[in-house]
Design a protein around this ligand. Sequence first.
Ligand code: BES
Ligand code: ZN
Ligand code: ZN
Length: 502
Amino acid sequence: MALSIRSITAATRPTATTCVFAVFSDESVEKHPCFRALGAAQRRYLAAFSKRAFTNERNEVDYVVFPSGKPAAAFLFGLGKHSEWSRRRFALAMRRLVSMAESQKIASLTVHLPSLTITDVAETELLQHAAENLLLADYRFGRYQRPAKKKHALRLVELVVSANRGAAKALAIGKTIAQFTNQCRDLANTPGSDMTPSLLAQKAKTLADETGCTLRVLGRDAMAKEKMGAILGVARGSVEEPKFIILEHRGGQKTEPPLVFVGKGVTFDSGGINLKSSSGMSDMHMDMSGGAAALCAVAAIAALKLPIRAIALVPAVENMPSGSGYRPGDVLTSRSGTTIEIGDTDAEGRVILADALDYAKDYKPAVIIDLATLTGAAAVALGQHRTALFSNRDAFAEELLQLGKRSGDDCWRMPMGEEYEAEIKGSFADINNIGKTRYGGAIHGAVFLQHFVGSAPWAHLDIAPTMTTADGQYLAKGASGVGVRLLVALAKTRAEKLKVKG
Ligand code: BES
Ligand code: ZN
Ligand code: ZN
C-alpha cells in the first residue's frame, strides 16, 4: 500500500499517532502550535530535550519519541535556522521526515504546515510540494527484489493547514506530479535488457491508455520514409529495432501551438564502436532518462487535464558496437538534409536528437524543449545539483530558471554563440558530432542541437548532471526523475496564461 497523504485543519482531530514537532534551531519548541496540546509532563520533557539537543553541531535534531498521552508520541524534528529557511530546505525536510519515520518504524504522522511557511509561497503551494516530496522520498525501485518489496513502515501523513480552501486540489496536483515523477524513475531504473526501444514504446502505450493521450510509434520502415537517417544510423549496431515515439495530449484550443518535449531515448549506451570504459558504462541503462521524462510529463499534464497541447517526441535506440554498427568517420544524412560526420559513436545522443528536433519543428510549436543525458562535461561543470540549461531565447531561459527553482528541478544557464560553431564544423560533411577541442563539451552538444532547431523558440536541458539522485537528497539511489516537475510547472503556467488571455 502506498503512502497516503491527507490535509486537515487544526479544528479536525488528527488520526495519526505521532505528532511532528518541527522546530527551528533558533526558536524554542514552546512556540510550536502543538505544544499547548501536550500534558504538563510532556511539555517539560520536550522543552528540556530540545534545549539539549539543539546545541548539536548541525543545528538539526533528529527525533525524540516519548510514550503515552495525546498524541501518542512526539517526533522532534530540527529544521536548521529559521533565517535560512527556503523551498529547498522545506523539500529536504519533508523527505528527511519520511526517512526518519522509516528508520523509527512510525506508521503515521501529523505535520503542522502553517509553522513551516516560506515568504511569498502560498499555503496551497506548500501543501503541493509537501505531498510531492513525501512521495518522492517514499519511492523505492523494488521490482527485482525478493522477497517482494519490503513493506514501508510509514502509511499515513496528515498535513495540518490553516484553511481548507484549495487544499484538496493542491494535494491532488502534488500527488499526480509525484506519481508520474516516480513512474519516470521506474522507467529509467529498469535495466537495458528490460527497457529496449520496443519496451519503452509499450510503456508509452500504457501511459497513453491511463491518461487518454494519443500515441503513435514509428518503426524502422516508417522512420526510413521520414528520412530519419541519423536515428537509423545510430540504431544500426543493435538487434533492437529503433522506435520513434509520439505521445500527445490535446487539451485547450486546437489551434494553439503546442509545447513539444523531445527526450533522448538511448535505452543503453555502450558507446558503440568507440566503446566506453567499464566504469563509463555503468548507469548507461538510464540514458533514456530524457525520453522517460518527456513521456511522463505529457502523461502528467493529461492526468491534470491542463487545457494545453503537449507532445512528447522520443527517438528510442540502443547504441551498440557490432559489425553492422555505424563507424567513426561515417557520414549520416539527417531528416533536415544536413550531413553529420561521426567523430565519435559515443556522441550518439545529439545525432538521434537531430532528426527528432527537425520533426518537432513541423508542429510549429510554441516552444521546443529537449531533455538529454547528453554529456559528461555538463556534470563536470555543474556537479550533481543543477541541470545545464541552454536556450536561444533569453526570456524563455529566465522563465525556466525560475520554474526550476520553484519545482525543485534546478537549472543553471550555460552559454552558446556563433563563436562556438567553428568547433563543430565537419571536415567532409556539414557538421561533426564532436568538438575539435577538449574544452566546453556540453556547449558543443548544445550548439550541435541548435543547428537543427533553427529559429524556433527552444531550450536544451542537459540532464546528465542530475540523472541520478545524490547523497544528502534523502531519495532512493538511482534515477531522479529530473525534468517531469519542471515540464509540468511550465505547462501549468502556460495554461494559466492562456486562461487569462482567452
Ligand atoms: N550518455 C552519454 C553522456 C553521459 C555520461 C550521461 C555520463 C550521463 C552520465 C553520452 O552519450 C556520451 O557518451 N557523451 C560523450 C560525448 C563525447 C564523446 C563528445 C561524453 O560525455 O563523454
Ligand atoms: Zn554516448
Ligand atoms: Zn548517451
